[in-house]
Design a protein. Sequence first.
Lengths: 295, 281
Amino acid sequence: MKITFRGVRGSIPSPGPNTVRYGGNTTSIELETDDGRIIILDAGTGIYPLGQNLLKQMPLKCSIFITHTHWDHIQGLPFFVPLFVPKNEISIYGAFDPVFDRSIKDVLNRQMEYCYFPVREAELKADIQYNTLRERQTIEIGATKITPILMNHPVLNFGYRIESNGKSLFFTGDNEPLFNIYGPDDDYYLEYEVLIANKNRMLADFIKGVDILIADAAYTSQEYPARKGWGHGTFDSCIALAKEAGAKDLYLTHHEPLRSDNDLDNIYSRLQEQYSSVQGIPQYTIASEGLEVRL
Amino acid sequence: MNNKKHDMISLVEKMPAFPRSVHRVLELTSDINCNPKDLIEVIEHDPVLILKILKLVNSAYFGLSQPITSINHAVVYIGINTVKNLALSTATIGVLPRKNEAGFDMDAFLLHSLSTATVARLFARKLKVKDRDPFDFFLSGLLHDFGKIVFAHFMPHEFHKALSMAKEKAMHLYEAENEIFDIDHAQVGSLLGEKWQLPSNIIEPLRGHHCQDGNRSVLTEVVNAANQISKELKMGHSGENIIEKIPDEITALFGTDIDGIVGALGDVKAEIDKAMLFIKI
């Protein structure tokens, strides 16, 4: 399997001289399996250059798995040119919206309504199939299996485990480690601790032993307290998750829009100092746009 | 009646919550820094809000290995913002009118539900029930009469007749309901629970809280007993004028009568007052 990061930025695209090395596009990850299937994780603005690249493979068959439908993970979709080309077959997967009881199709189509986009979804020429996923429902694409699990974010967010030809990968989408909303003196404190521990164990079991973990590391631990509850992890929380799950390789993504290339380099240096003498830490890399990983 | 029953249960999807909790949800959710604990407390004290959230998290969309019966568990599982928006979407439907054409007092009903729930939880603590969460007892008490608000809201004229019949003929309200609707509130509540895939241990007391025979779970017996205590203490009213006998199993456990049991449970009134605080305007 070949993994290519097409967008590693969180929240909003961040073009400019300070982000040329790590890139400014929002989340999109391309997977090309050993049996030649194209699987795309998220449709942030990084899916636009990916779409351009795929034009040479027409007619195209590909699958897009949406972790969640916040703008930075879907905004590139209307600009994914293969959707406009007849004979392309594109399957789109994602969670349902429990608040308004809408399918993934309904949620995504809203961003192509008259007020937001000149072309209606119904006018797209490719053969598009939408699939609203249930948690832990496994989808098979050729020899590859993809299974979603709920993560912690201010909207339903699926993390996806991908198994392909004996290799495995997990992408968190956006995820904040759970924290207790009660104080030690509250009646519910202990109960909540147990619930968190159970959920964490379930997640670690689900991720267990993956070759590659791609995780939301939006903040540094110093930045986090002021952003607690916003739904994102830290560099340290991602390293802890990778360690607990026994992941072999960790890729840190969802960089803050104002985070410059130099900032990210400095963070990497600090992490190296911090973890150099700690046992059992997996390999970790700060993901950058265009980075290719062979698995 | 079957079709009518079906329609009525479908309508519950659009049923609004109680005025006090709707007001609190709107107030809390208008603040970006809303404390999740406050929101959870409000949801936990409104039968409509809690039922709708449990309905969702226990639905087939989620790959749960075991059912969820507490809002804290729901929050850990789907996140506070989703729970908040679910509560808000129910709150924006409107409010359950305090007065209805059935002449059924919704404030008194809510107090009866909350007091039954609170007493059921006190039982759970006193009995140190190990295999069940005390919150399951609270939840079962809170929801035990849910069928009555379905009648009052969607079939008020017929429910008015049932309420009058029960009073005039000094019969149980569920008997009058059966005469008029061919179904009673306990059956409506359990049908809803089944349709919405609530855990079976919660559905059983909804169905069986007036049932005197058969093998009942401790949860059902406790809800039955808590229901009688709530009526005895006159903490609210839910249209039922007859106080039934406390189940023999409960009486045997405490070795005393209803007054003795109330004494053994601790300061019941103070606990109920505490429960009411969470939904105060």
